[in-house]
Design a protein around this ligand. Structure first.
Ligand SMILES: *[C@@H]1O[C@H](CO)[C@@H](O)[C@H](O)[C@H]1NC(C)=O
Length: 438
């Protein structure tokens, strides 16, 4: 009996010990638990030897794996390989996405990026107030030869000899540049004007002034010499429109005025405005630090993105009109001086006999480009022997200091090749045209 009692007691003690062991909280495998708050004990208290339903499965032991056969070993290795392969693929995918993102950003950037490059401005560069020498003037035209000009037949065939003859007559350089070579992304072709100008400055290191002239323009009065006409301080001083009410796109006053007392030494761009503000179809730009900076700023991607009605022209308008420090460097002159239109009876704007150039701007609107072009081509003064003699005489007169002023004026008013008198309207006509409302 006492032995039985001892045996029972031992059994009770043994069972108690077992249940105590099972009640000790197990370390939890979950990463979210902390050691401060013990993991919930999910064992069934008191039920010795039983494990909780959610208790983690015991790890494989080597003997078990062996017991389950060699297939299990292969599967475990394959599983590991598979995991590594997945990881590698994920990494690859991540890299691919990143590259795609970068490529798209670059693409978006390039759509609005005009790669203009830059040009050299020698530190010892001096601009003579008398204007550039003929060899320092470049007439620039640029196009890809595709029809951006309202369907004028064979426009290059007309323009090339017209401008070449003018350049040869005075000793200027005529440069045609194919805009296909410039990287302007998805921007409209007119933006290629910017890299073309930079390119022309680079191709002609001697060039001090570039005359940008749209392709749809004709030199009508080739006798006119550019320094005497507009590039000398003497000429520009007479023709610059002081206190001009700058027009805005769509017409009307923009509220901006040109300088009332411009400093001619600062002028780097000479341009004319029509009823829509400045027209970028014909302008002169001088080699200078300022011009280099201006072109760089002009190529602003935000302007390209704006997709303004007049594209690069609108951008130029904004830069100049809205920034007084830019305006200081820009001279506005009457259209008839550098950018007359083939319309009738608008003072200062209409081309008249004796005006240097006609620009068939915006004629796609009424679709009669071709007719107007042919009409104007027929009216131009051809560079013949008479004109050559006239220009040579004017040059001779200009070389003689005593008669210089007289001779300079006389050249433009001399007999034209067609027997017409080439006359320039007196300056007062232009002043009337730009009357600023009080
Ligand atoms: C400009 O270059 C493009 C591409 O090389 C060519 O197709 C086109 O005919 C060229 N245009 C002119 C006017 O030279």
């Amino acid at each position: 009996m006492p032995r039985l009692c001892i045996s029972l007691l031992l059994l009770v003690v043994f069972i108690s010990l077992l249940s105590f062991r099972d009640s000790i909280p197990r370390p939890h495998t979950s990463t979210s638990s902390t050691t401060i708050i013990p993991a919930k004990d999910d064992s069934l208290l008191g039920a010795a030897g039983q494990k909780g339903a959610n208790a983690p499965a015991p790890p494989f032991t080597v003997s078990e794996v062996i017991a389950q056969g060699p297939n299990k070993v292969v599967n475990a290795e394959e599983k590991k390989k598979q995991e590594e392969e997945n990881k590698r693929k994920e990494e690859e995918e991540r890299r691919r996405r990143k590259e795609e993102e970068r490529r798209k950003a670059k693409e978006a950037y390039d759509r609005t990026k005009i790669y203009t490059g830059t040009f050299n401005v020698p530190s010892n560069l001096v601009h003579d107030p008398a204007g550039p020498k003929p060899s320092e003037i470049v007439l620039l035209a640029a196009s890809d030869g595709k029809g951006h000009n309202g369907g004028i037949d064979n426009i290059l065939g007309d323009v090339t000899p017209n401008r070449q003859a003018y350049a040869d007559l005075h000793g200027y350089t005529y440069q045609f540049l194919n805009i296909s070579q410039y990287n302007i992304g998805a921007a409209p072709a007119v933006w290629a004007k910017l890299p073309a100008i930079v390119d022309a400055f680079n191709k002609h290191p001697e060039a001090k002034w570039i005359w940008w002239l749209d392709l749809d323009a004709i030199i009508m009065t080739p006798q006119i010499e550019l320094s005497k006409h507009i590039l000398s301080h003497e000429a520009l001083g007479r023709k610059i429109q002081k206190g001009l009410d700058v027009q805005k796109s769509g017409g009307g006053s923009s509220g901006y005025l040109t300088a009332k007392e411009p400093d001619l030494n600062k002028i780097d761009i000479i341009v004319a405005q029509d009823q829509n503000g400045l027209n970028a179809g014909s302008f002169f730009i001088r080699r200078s630090e300022w011009s280099r900076m201006f072109i760089d700023m002009w190529a602003e991607p935000t302007y390209v993105e704006k997709n303004w009605l007049a594209q690069e022209q609108s951008a130029m308008w904004h830069l100049i009109s809205e920034h007084p420090t830019m305006m200081e460097h820009v001279a506005f002159v009457s259209q008839k001086e550098i950018n007359a239109y083939p319309i009738r009876n608008v003072q200062g704007m209409s081309w008249e006999t004796g005006d240097l150039v006609v620009h068939i701007a915006g004629c796609w609107v009424n679709n009669e480009c071709n007719n107007r072009w042919k009409e104007m081509m027929a009216q131009r003064v051809p560079v013949d022997e008479g004109v050559k003699a006239q220009v040579a005489a004017a040059r001779g007169a200009a070389r003689a200091p005593v008669v210089r002023a007289e001779g300079a004026e006389g050249a433009e008013g001399a007999e034209g090749a067609e027997g017409e008198r080439v006359v320039h309207k007196p300056e007062t006509a232009k002043v009337e045209q730009v009357t600023v409302p009080a």
